[in-house]
Design a protein around this ligand. Sequence first.
Ligand SMILES: *Cc1c(COP(=O)(O)O)cnc(C)c1O
Length: 367
Amino acid sequence: MATIAEAPLSFASLPHPAPTPADVRASILANPGFGTQFTDHMVVIEWTEGQGWHDATLGPRGPIALDPAASVLHYAQEIFEGLKAYAHADGSVALFRPEANAQRFNASAQRLAMPELPEELFVEAVKRLVLADREWIPAQEGASLYLRPFMIATEAFLGVRAAKQYKFIVIASPAGNYFKSGAPAVSIWVSDYTRAAPGGTGAAKCGGNYAASLVPTAEAFARGHDQVLFLDAAEHKWVEELGGMNLFFGFEDGSLLTPPLAGTILPGITRASLIQLAREEGLTVREERYSIDQWREDAASGRLLETFACGTAAVVTPVGKVASPDGSSFTIGSGGPGQTTAKLKDRLVAIQRGQAPDPHGWVVKIA
Ligand SMILES: *Cc1c(COP(=O)(O)O)cnc(C)c1O
């Protein structure tokens, strides 16, 4: 759906009747967990066919009214993004590559037949929310303010077609570590289910992909693993990605490999950033298919030293153990974090947190 040319939107600020008291906020921020605590504000922007984007507000976070016939509730016309705001030591607040999230949001919108949001508007909405809730950015190491922009189809209509009304919303949640266990490396379960098929929605960040991953993820948890791994849908042989993270493999010769983006894998911004950082470190990074059998063999022979998962929420997380439904399992390296994994993670995190130069202009300071 084409974006209608429109005048820049002005945001209306709705006063908050009862913001969270400072002492309550402080106790939440001391131990934020992941995704359970929310800030005081949200941004909402409406879209209506023929009118485009309109009525942008920054106001108190709270329940939204939806008609029970709203298409999102029936046909899952929904997309989302995830990015973080960081408190830098100099007192400033920064986002990491928000334009990349804006671009991917629009790619998802196209796949789900939803209207595109001008990239500047996406970034402005995120910035406004972070500024309103900047007191909510946790200061401790490894913590940040997780931002969740999303879009839902709100039109009340039960016919199956693209809706004519949408809401774009941004909410924020103070975040600590994604993995509760805090273990040095995660254990993953190779699922018999598949996540995405060629021609499907695997490359779009849409809620439906996650709904379909919940049963496989619950299976992984029930067996004591931290995450689920999906293989390709056609041959059930090629490693694709985890439920919400991309994968990298590190070899004895210092090279890295990550599965190619061929439409069934979510194009992670962390993935793209790490490929670039690794190449700048002089490492060879191949975007090539890798089979589960080869992976097992390479782990056993010692040719493979490391495997890590990456994404905005979990950053870079070493994979220590892989288990399959046929009862087999294998350990990677020593089962803990590998050297290249640790080095790349440090490089990325230092840039995100303003502790290292940012030669690529990835960090966007907003205050
Ligand atoms: C969001 C997501 C990722 C990671 O993307 P980042 O931009 O690095 O956060 C990977 N896989 C899936 C399925 C995702 O939804």
